[in-house]
Design a protein around this ligand. Structure first.
Ligand code: PEP
Ligand code: MG
Length: 882
């Protein structure tokens, strides 16, 4: 099959839809060419070729170079230049580009086609000898580094010597003579470290460069990046070979990168940076600090006083054209060669959660996209960023920032300083909160960036790849804080006359770029009007209800503010952990006979009743699912002698008796042991106390006209007989309370169960006859379906993920093929015998977008998740419905 796709005036083989085959960059170069944007012509080698290269044990596919040669011939004709010519030579760039963008992770080589002869041709053609030798030395450096793995440092050393010799500081100040000498030196460095001459045949250069790009697909950093981003299923990278245009031809040339809207805030303002007289890598690598595009109109040069105005106007027209065409924010690279603007790349702009929300809302208003597209376009998990804390303004007022860098990725982070990616990974792994502090973060650092609480760099712009990567993750990042002197070896930094070591804490504000000494207080975020709009749109399109898992009036209220439509799981055991309550809980567990147990339970009852009343009030008018006591009792007793002595003192029970009871309650597999409804079967008085508290709280609320809607949920049921026994006791208890309270209306109390045991799912038709509702406890259901202990999975999970035995942690994202089947079966069988059955999910999966999509598909009524995930769930549910 066809391996090379041409784009140019002669013909354009590909288009924007062919990302899988041509990579994102290649597909968009073809698309931009087709819509008439100024793109230097070139061709794209398919991602399949890269796949083939690895299949054939790293050999270029047969016939590839023939197709490349044919494409080069068209390119030569279209440009009116010849590859390797001693006169006006054709030069090309060679760039990677996979179907999904992996910024900075793979290789690029520029100025390919230069050799000892064509460099003279380039000098003659441009009338600029300095420029030609500068291009040549860049090629030898990049080629040596990327293709032959000669360390960049060796080239830097040679450059420093030349700069010293000519007494200059900046690269741009080295005279032509110096650059000619530098080329000779670079060739020596190349030969010394590769034991070969720098290749003079341009086609040979091209062939090796193509191979180097294929190789970079499987470099360590590329592999890490794909793992962290969860990128799977791609065959390889495309290779884009494109005629060179030069941003470094003098003061009338330049290069830049931009977003069509602000990628941090979403503001509809063209947002970018450019450098006069520079090549693209200078901007991306953060070596020189670029100027904002907004200042471009001020750019003048001897040849053209209005060059900046003209180029800026052209860029603005291109912005509109691109957004109209792609209907989304674009991230572009451009170059100006002697006053003429060229587009080198466009891709969908990565953005923060806040920007995603604002852009979606504004594009709907601009009629660029529909409401549905807007809902579908926002990644639900990115909403977390809007819900993130920021620094308390009051605390900030009291502190003076040590320095201000660029606000590269919003949020607030603090931590102790880590100076290398490895250090960050290790210390984070040991539970420390660290900030990764680097001069520039290079793509090699992705693991460390991911582990750190935040990232702080001393050089580099807003569009350096570090900033782009951090924003994509929603990780707080301050870049280009130039006042910071970093001593990596000494593990310290100097800033504002002060020194901070790896033991000191700094705080960074990714929304303003400020850097502070010490740890600053953080505050909860405020939500924007656009956020509300997105939530309303989500509610308009979703079918699933959204509830929350909450056990206190405060959490319930927060979740309700986030849009929760009820409580799907109130874990009553959490109410017993407070100091003055746990003592009665312990008395209850330590009691030897029923009377003593009931006496202890009696002391707990008022606490529970009060909590339930508070929750009913916070959730008035909405259902509240209260789960009866679930964990094994040993969890409430201390296991060490010192704490046992304290319990003895508080309860008057001898330590010997306590020890004895702890031993009695010991189980080899407590999560499979005496817990859940099994507790109520052996100790019905526990159930009676809890149901009494619920009923009393309900009656008390109703008397105060508070619309309480409790749902009593019985956990860990495996057979219908458990449920029918416990339901009967619960119903009798409710009747008893009603009689005692002389309440004779009907109480709106439902009784249902969790589906957490595979047998309950398989016999859901029977179970449903005794249940008003099912709630899938997918934490336990996953545990029991896989046979993985939920508490111990981390001892082997990393291996399972590394070996791709598991695609995802099944406790985070529902295993739809296995566990999901049990859910489907239970839904179907349950509804078959009980048409009125309400169905929900309350395991952690209730807040995971992929799992929510599954819940929608199988027809659950609601999902329930932790309060901070409620907005995410609302959006994910809408996306599932569209
Ligand atoms: C579950 O098992 O999914 C559940 C929600 O209950 P818990 O996590 O409390 O066992
Ligand atoms: Mg459970």
């Amino acid at each position: 099959s066809k391996m090379v796709y041409y784009f140019g005036k002669t013909r354009t083989d590909g288009d924007g839809s062919m990302k899988q085959l041509l990579g994102g960059k290649g597909a968009n170069l073809a698309e931009m060419t087709s819509i008439g944007l100024p793109v230097p012509p070139g061709f794209t080698i398919t991602t399949e070729c890269c796949g083939q290269y690895y299949k054939e044990k790293q050999k270029l596919p047969t016939g590839l170079m023939d197709e490349v040669n044919a494409a080069v011939a068209i390119l030569e004709k279209e440009n009116g230049k010849k590859f390797g010519d001693t006169n006006n030579p054709l030069l090309v760039s060679v760039r990677s580009g996979a179907a999904l963008s992996m910024p900075g992770m793979m290789n690029t080589i520029l100025n390919l086609g230069l050799n000892d002869e064509s460099v003279v041709g380039l000098a003659n053609d441009t009338g600029n000898e300095r420029f030609a030798y500068d291009a040549y030395r860049r090629l030898i450096n990049m080629y040596g580094d990327v293709v032959m793995e000669v360390h960049h440092e060796y080239f830097e050393e040679a450059f420093s010597k030349i700069k010293k010799k000519y007494g200059v500081d900046l690269d741009t100040e080295v005279p032509t003579k110096g650059l000619i000498e530098l080329v000779a030196e670079y060739k020596k460095v190349y030969k010394k470290h590769t034991k070969q001459e720098f290749p003079q045949d341009p086609i040979k250069q091209l062939e090796l460069a193509i191979e180097a790009v294929f190789k970079s697909w499987n470099s360590d950093k590329a592999i890490s990046y794909r793992r962290i981003e969860g990128i799977t299923g791609l065959v390889g990278t495309g290779v884009n070979v494109q005629s060179m245009v030069f941003g470094n031809m003098g003061e009338d040339s330049g290069t830049g990168v931009a977003f069509t809207r602000n990628p941090s805030t979403g503001e509809n303002k063209f947002y970018g940076e450019f450098l006069v007289n520079a090549q693209g890598e200078d901007v991306v690598a953060g070596i020189r600090t670029p100027q904002p595009v907004a200042e471009m109109p001020k750019w003048k040069c001897d040849a053209d006083k209005t060059i900046g105005k003209k180029v800026h106007a052209e860029l603005m027209a291109i912005k509109t054209k691109l957004e109209k065409h792609y209907k989304d924010v674009q991230d572009i690279e451009f170059t100006i060669e002697r006053g003429k603007l060229y587009m080198l790349q466009t891709r969908t702009g990565k953005r923060t959660g806040a920007a995603a929300v604002r852009i979606a809302c504004e594009m709907v208003k601009e009629k660029l996209i529909t409401e549905k597209t807007a809902v579908l376009r926002i990644p639900p998990n990115d909403l977390t960023q809007l819900l993130l804390p920021s620094f308390d303004p009051a605390a900030k007022k009291k502190e003076k920032p040590l320095t201000i860098g660029l606000p590269a990725s919003p949020g607030a982070a603090f931590g102790m300083l880590a100076f290398t990616a490895d250090e960050a990974v290790e210390r984070a792994h040991n539970g420390e909160k660290v900030l990764l502090v680097r001069k520039e973060t290079s793509p090699e650092d992705v693991d460390g960036m991911h582990s750190a609480a935040g990232i702080l760099t001393s050089t580099g712009g807003m569009t350096s790849h570090a900033a782009v990567v951090a924003r994509g993750w929603g990780k707080c990042c301050v870049a280009g804080a130039g006042a910071i002197e970093i001593d990596e070896k000494g593990r310290k930094i100097k800033v504002g006359g002060k020194t901070y070591t790896h033991k000191d804490v700094l705080s960074i504000d990714g929304s303003t770029g400020e850097v502070y000494g010490g740890e600053l207080a953080t505050v909860e975020p405020k939500l924007s009007g656009d956020f509300e709009t997105v939530m309303k749109l989500s509610d308009k399109y979703r079918k699933l209800g959204i509830r929350t898992n909450a056990d206190s009036p405060a959490d319930s209220k927060r979740a309700r503010d986030f849009g929760a439509e009820g409580i799907g799981l109130c874990r009553t055991e959490h109410m017993f952990f407070e100091p003055e309550r746990i003592i009665h809980m312990r008395e209850m567990i330590l009691a030897e006979e029923k009377e003593a147990r009931e006496a202890a339970l009696k002391k707990l009852l008022p606490y529970q009743r009060k909590d339930f009343e508070g929750i009913f009030k916070a959730m008035k008018g909405l259902p509240v699912t209260i789960r009866l006591l679930d964990p094994p009792l040993h969890e409430f007793l201390p296991h060490d002698a010192k704490s046992q002595a304290e319990v003895s003192k508080a309860t008057g029970i001898t330590t010997a008796k306590i020890k004895n009871r702890v031993a009695q309650l010991h189980e080899a597999n407590p999560m499979l042991g005496h817990r859940g409804c099994r507790l109520s079967v052996t100790y019905p008085e526990i159930l009676v106390m809890q149901v009494t508290a619920i009923t009393e709280a309900t009656i008390s609320c109703l008397k105060k006209k508070i619309d309480a809607q409790p749902e009593i949920m019985i956990p860990l049921v495996g057979t219908v007989n458990e449920l029918s026994m416990l339901r009967k006791i619960a119903e009798e208890t409710i009747e008893d309370v009603k009689a005692k309270k002389k309440f004779d209306g009907k109480l709106p109390i439902l009784i249902g169960t969790m589906i957490e045991i595979p047998r309950a799912a398989l016999t859901a038709d029977e179970v449903a006859t005794e249940a008003d509702f099912f709630s899938f406890g997918t934490n336990d259901l996953t545990q029991m379906t896989f046979g993985y202990s939920r508490d111990d999975i981390n001892s082997f999970l990393p291996d399972y993920l590394g070996e791709e035995i598991l695609e995802k942690d099944p406790f985070q994202s529902l295993d739809t093929t296995g566990v999901g089947q049990l859910v489907s079966i239970a839904v179907e069988k349950g509804r078959a015998t009980n048409g009125k059955l309400k169905l929900g999910i309350c395991g952690e999966h209730g807040g995971d977008p992929a799992s929510i999509a599954f819940c929608h598909k199988v027809g659950l009524n609601y999902v329930s998740c932790s309060p901070f995930r409620v907005p995410i769930a609302r959006l994910a549910a809408a996306q599932a419905a569209l």
